[in-house]
Design a protein around this ligand. Structure first.
Ligand code: PHE
Length: 450
């Protein structure tokens, strides 16, 4: 019997593609990917990353969407239903708990960084109307990080726009938001790549991004690349499972998943091609930029170029929109679960979960200033939350999702959800989720733990 979702449904395949791409494209693509590439040897990192996306990421993405569409409920309940249907151990539903907890942890610091993007977009907007320029970008960034009140307020503003969308529901909130935000995002990105091309340094940027230097490939590069593949595709925390629960029945999951993976990768590469020409053109070394690459190096370049304020606004507007459509997808799984538990409306559930994430985010805020001396395993509090969520919980969630789909689920469910996939691709996909992806993820997890 075909199940229906009580949360609503995407009205079309395109709506799902926009929402899932909106989830995937975020700070991971525009903020994290360029500095990871710059820190890990450019082209060599990019090649390992591409391999991780298509060998591990895409198969797990397909698995998550199919689990969601079969169960049509929030991750924990979907998994519980599936274990009942297939006679598997109930403990598999733990995947849903890992997902929801990881989502809350990630949203807590994601929203803090989302607040920075909002703050910078605001600074450039004000400059258009005669506000003070960012004359010393390094000092501006340090001053922001040093001020807990200012950080908490921008973090709150970011959380408010996020909850505003989620509270309105799947069709009236999520779908409506992504259908104008995603086209705006692509337009802003293309304008910035266009500008990058006029600097005359596009070739040099492409060489930096695509010319592999194999001497730089180490275990660490592999760990960083696989971790980034999970983070950027929003995998391992049941976001894509939740979005899959709202996917209409006749849409092809493999094809749609491939579109999302390609779009996400395309945006990361284009973001590199927008950022590095500007960085190189203004004499800044693209290698080893670190997390501050975007917030300190780029404003230097915007100061030096004509119409820099407009490009600054475009760039931070782009970053904000990308972060926004991702944070929506971080809040949705926990909200859907609370609604299913009953006695709460979607509005109250979304507000409660956002409140929890905001409060937890204060720990990250304080770790940037008053509590910056608190360190464990060589990391501050924000770094620790990131470590636990991104580097441990996402790969662990992904590993379990692959194993559950590959080994525990009834084959008839797989065949029904992947109807239309060619037999060769189906077999290939099955071996990837059964053996290859789990082994690779396990290797990375051990590398992080040991
Ligand atoms: N994919 C998002 C990004 O690249 C982050 C994210 C992770 C969103 C996990 C949802 C779930 O920024």
């Amino acid at each position: 019997m075909e199940k229906t979702s009580i949360h609503g449904m995407w009205s079309s395949r395109l709506a799902f593609i926009l929402a899932a791409t909106g989830s995937a494209v975020g700070l991971g693509n525009i903020w994290r990917f360029p500095y990871l590439a710059s820190d890990n040897g450019g082209g060599a990192f990019v090649l390992v990353y591409l391999a991780c996306i298509f060998v591990v990421g895409l198969p797990v993405l397909i698995a998550e969407i199919l689990l969601g569409r079969h169960g049509r409920r929030s991750p924990i309940n979907t998994l519980l239903d599936l274990t009942r249907e297939t006679g598997a151990a109930k403990a598999w539903a733990g995947i849903g708990w890992i997902g929801i907890i990881a989502g809350v942890l990630i949203l807590s610091f994601y929203s803090v960084v989302g607040g920075w993007t909002l703050h910078y977009a605001w600074l450039y907007l004000m400059q258009l109307f005669g506000g003070a320029p960012i004359s010393d970008p390094g000092a501006t960034f340090s001053a922001l990080l040093a001020d807990p009140v200012e950080l908490s307020l921008w973090h709150a503003a970011f959380m408010l726009v996020t909850v505003g969308v989620v509270a309105l529901g799947v069709e009236k909130g999520l779908e409506r938001a992504v259908s104008f935000l995603m086209p705006a995002l692509f337009l802003m990105l293309l304008l910035l790549v266009g500008y990058g091309a006029t600097t005359g340094y596009l070739g040099q940027a492409a060489a930096f991004l695509f010319q592999p230097d194999w001497s730089k490939v180490s275990g660490g590069v592999f760990v960083a690349a696989l971790g980034q593949a999970f983070f950027t595709l929003s995998l391992g925390m049941c976001t894509m499972m939740t979005y899959g629960a709202y996917l209409p029945k006749n849409v092809s999951i493999p094809k749609t998943g491939a579109v999302v993976a390609v779009a996400d990768t395309g945006v990361a590469l284009l973001a590199g091609l927008a950022i590095f020409p500007i960085v190189i053109a203004f004499g800044i070394d693209p290698a080893g930029g670190g997390p501050g690459l975007i917030f300190t190096s780029l404003p230097l370049a915007f100061n030096a170029m004509s119409m820099g304020v407009v490009y600054g606004l475009l760039f931070f507007g782009l970053l904000f929109v990308a972060a926004w459509t991702s944070s929506i997808s971080l809040l949705e799984p926990a909200t859907a679960y609370m609604v299913e538990r009953g006695r709460t409306s979607r509005r109250k559930a979304a507000l409660t979960m956002a409140g929890v994430c905001w409060l937890l985010g204060l720990a990250s805020v304080l770790s940037l200033n008053l509590l910056s001396h608190v360190r464990l395993l060589d990391r501050d509090i924000m770094g620790l939350i990131e470590l636990v969520a991104n580097e441990l919980m996402l790969p662990l969630g992904g590993l379990l999702i692959a194993l559950f789909t590959g080994w525990a689920l009834k084959e008839s469910i797989l065949r029904e959800q992947l109807k239309g996939m060619s037999p060769v691709l189906f077999t290939l996909w099955r071996w990837l989720v059964r053996v290859i992806a789990p082994l690779l993820v396990l290797a990375v997890l051990l590398n992080v733990l040991l």
